[in-house]
Design a protein around this ligand. Sequence first.
Ligand code: PLP
Length: 431
Amino acid sequence: MKLDAHWMPFTANKAFKANPRMLASASGMYWTSGEGARILDMTAGLWCSNLGHGRESVARAMYEASVNLDYAPSFGFGHDASFTLAERLAALAPGDLNHVFFTNSGSESVDTALKMAIAYQSARGLGSKRMFISRERAYHGVNMGGTTVGGITTNTRTFGRWAPVDHLHSTLDIERNAFSKGLPDFGADRAEELEQLILLHGAENIAGVIVEPIAGAGGVIIPPKGYLKRLREICDAHDVLLILDEVVCGFGRTGSFTAGIEFDILPDLFTVAKGLTSGTVPMGAVFCRSGIHDTIMASAEGIEFFHGYTYSAHPIACAAAHACLDIYEEEGLFTRVNEGIGKYFEHVLHNLKDLPEIIDIRNYGLLGAIEFADQGSEAPVGVRVFQEAWKQGVMLRGLGNIVVMSPPLVAEESHIDEFAEKIWRSIRTVT
Ligand code: PLP
């Protein structure tokens, strides 16, 4: 097969095309590779296939929606499934996060949330509040807003930052917190830096703060105990919005519907995607508190928010999301992580501690990371472990010197055992 025409995203194209890893099909917890090998999915694809693969009720719902209403324009027209979905989602969200704006991806959700924050500040006469504070090692997608607030240098260096932004330090502190299980003990004081940045730039210039509750693509960085609560308090004290990017954490990954609920933080806005449709079809959403929504609604007589996508609330995506929500609810998947499988995963992961070169293992819910010492090699250890794991029959994600795991929420202990055996062999082979 010719591979040249497809310019692949976030991929070392030349290396991939010289040595491709092809996926042919998927079912339950497994992929089948192009060569017919069975590959255990320990990443839920890209943190998204929370329900495992090939769920028939979701496929059926998408087919039926497609036959009945293959498309509905969302500017000035509506269809039932988007309103019922928004209502269902709002009922799951905490507090008065009662309004849901549909997008098609996490990147679109982030840019939508940033624009909502600016629109809100402007609607209440505070048009100078346009700056954002985010955090080093943050991943907020790849659109210009997300690129601007992003904190992973490789993703931003070439493109620059298109709006005023400043960054908190990352909370990763391997010296003090190595091998923590769950929330690390040290580092809540790093939240105080937010106050300094707000004073430096002036609260009158800051629209909001955006953070991932647990940073995913930055290397599964778990917030220290008390850190997020302190961010919330500082935002409140200075009249700055708090946006939680729940694109990875949402939909049960931490043991609650959202990490905000898990950690008892009420954001002003939060973003989701991925788990909303369990990766089956692109869809994202932004949840918004009533006060923000109502202020923007009251600000204009015609179109209140000049923003939206051709495929916002696409009927097939809405049908998929409804069918996924049915499964999450029927199988208790928002909280399943707390019912043993999360602890089992933690136990198995930390048992790898004595393998060579490992400097940290961290986890929360069904998110985990193993970090290796930097060996200065051209291909970092995490990437080599990931490549070897593929040969062994398990899909991991290699991020520099880190490998990360985020298995589907339907994983059983037997899958975690299989993972343990294969990653053990992969690390032994590579280090
Ligand atoms: N925000 C976070 C926290 C993410 O992890 C991601 C993707 O991994 C995104 C936003 C972007 O999502 P998408 O790739 O769907 O645009």
